[in-house]
Design a protein around this ligand. Structure first.
Ligand SMILES: Cc1cc2nc3c(=O)[nH]c(=O)nc-3n(C[C@H](O)[C@H](O)[C@H](O)COP(=O)(O)OP(=O)(O)OC[C@H]3O[C@@H](n4cnc5c(N)ncnc54)[C@H](O)[C@@H]3O)c2cc1C
Length: 404
């Protein structure tokens, strides 16, 4: 367990600097172009792979950091560069988190490297939970996985929607119901490896923001996979289902276990966008003159910047606390993971809007990146649990009452 300190260690500072340089030199110059093109930015992913950022080793090192801070640091710096491009680089990590939180160590070692491939042969991965009729309510997933005892295989049918890297990924981690009567306790996660028949991309969505990140439907039509692709294994699943049927408290639920682990890092990404907008607006406010003086000399503008900085710093403290707790096995007694993602996400939306306001008309046009950052920020109050769902988690945790 790491000792409490507000200072990053030398390794963390070096990695932060390295990622910042990548964000500044590789991502920023092409961010607007990929936002307009709304396509998967393969050359940027390639650069990230060559640099060692898009790799299993990098993610494994970040997960291993005993303070838990390396993943949030990475998320913040890359999203400071550009959130759409960053999600193209980090999208596969959500699938890895799905494997890590539900699979055995052997399954993790087998499949996680395949989520990234190599710089010469890049692979992508996707984590598929959401469905057209099951977004916030993950207990009502309709995608079914049926076990075929005769040949030890699972057959999966259903439609997943809004999936980052959906259909273009080589590896899909899919959460499906194995016993619908048990709701989320009757779900399990499966790895659908490259080349499996019966999985295809449905429609690709056009979006408001993070447009360089691919979002699409994933259609599973009699998709049959080997029994060993069930994360955690059949014995564990059978035990868990038996406990659930007896009405006993079961351990973790497949989708929730993943989201708990990833929320602080998602919050960190939102901070990256907010920080980009804050820095840009601060510089602008010092330069822009109206009534013969820089606009920052008006309290009305300067106080906005003070509040922006304060909320960003508060968000980071919440994110780092939750990341540290998660890494060091502390229980989230008050929904600390949700708090971090909720506060950082809402901060990003608010800060980017203030940045537009400070820049006036220049903030609203595409010549400057601030309007894009505002569009990019909005997803952070929606995916990986909406702000309302995060408030539910916190309210239930602090009250012990099942608030609905
Ligand atoms: C760009 C993008 C990328 C995504 N990537 C992925 C991915 O990779 N994998 C994946 O599985 N999913 C992904 N998602 C899906 C995302 O997680 C869902 O959109 C999100 O969970 C919300 O579900 P929903 O859209 O169905 O909204 P709904 O659940 O229909 O919610 C609609 C509104 O009702 C509110 N609401 C619902 N229930 C309650 C309640 N009990 N109390 C109060 N308010 C409530 C919500 O907060 C929201 O405001 C992605 C979505 C987008 C847009």
């Amino acid at each position: 367990m790491s000792e409490f300190s507000m200072e990053l260690n030398e390794d963390q500072i070096q990695i932060q600097k390295w990622l910042h340089e990548f964000a500044e030199n590789v991502m920023r110059p092409v961010a607007s172009e990929w936002d307009e093109r709304e396509e998967t930015p393969w050359p940027v992913i390639q650069e990230a792979a060559k640099a060692g950022i898009y790799s299993f080793d990098f993610i494994a090192n970040a997960f291993a950091d005993s303070s838990g801070l390396l993943l949030p640091i990475a998320g913040e710096e890359l999203c400071w560069g550009d959130a759409g491009l960053a999600l193209s680089i980090m999208g596969s990590t959500l699938a890895v988190a799905g494997i890590a939180s539900n699979g055995t160590p052997e399954q993790l070692m087998e499949w996680a490297p395949q989520c990234f491939g190599t710089p010469d042969d890049i692979k992508l991965a996707a984590f598929c939970v959401s469905e057209p009729d099951a977004g916030s309510d993950v207990s009502s997933l309709r995608t079914r996985a049926v076990y075929n005892e005769a040949d030890d295989t699972w057959t999966i049918n259903g439609t997943k929607t809004w999936i980052t890297n959906g259909g273009i990924a080589n590896t899909h981690v899919v959460v499906a119901s194995v016993d619908p009567e048990l709701g989320s306790r009757g779900q399990a996660s499966f790895v659908i490896a490259e080349g499996t028949k019966g999985i295809s991309m449905g429609q690709k969505f056009k979006k408001m923001g993070i447009r360089a990140s691919h979002t699409a439907e994933v259609v599973l039509d009699d998709c049959t996979i080997p029994g060993r692709n069930l994360l955690g294994g059949k014995d564990k699943l059978d035990e868990r289902l038996a406990r659930a049927r007896e009405g006993k408290k079961s351990g973790k639920q497949a989708a929730m276990a993943t989201f708990e682990a990833t929320r602080p890092s998602v919050g960190a990404q939102a901070i990256g966008i907010a920080r980009a907008a804050y820095e840009y607006a601060l510089d602008y406010a010092k330069e822009r003159k109206q009534f013969g003086r820089p606009i920052i000399t008006n309290q009305g503008v300067a106080f906005k910047l003070a509040d922006m900085r304060m909320r960003i710093d508060a968000s980071r403290l919440l994110v780092w606390r939750a990341a540290w707790m998660g890494r060091n096995g502390k229980t989230f007694e008050a929904g600390e993971g949700s708090m971090s993602k909720l506060y950082a996400g809402e901060t990003a939306v608010w800060v980017t809007e203030q940045a537009i306001q400070i820049m006036g008309g220049y903030g609203y046009i595409r010549e400057h990146p601030v309007e894009r950052w505002h569009r990019d920020s909005k997803i952070y109050t929606i995916f990986e649990g909406t702000s309302e769902i995060q408030r539910l988690v916190i309210a239930r945790a602090i009250s012990g009452i099942h608030i609905s």
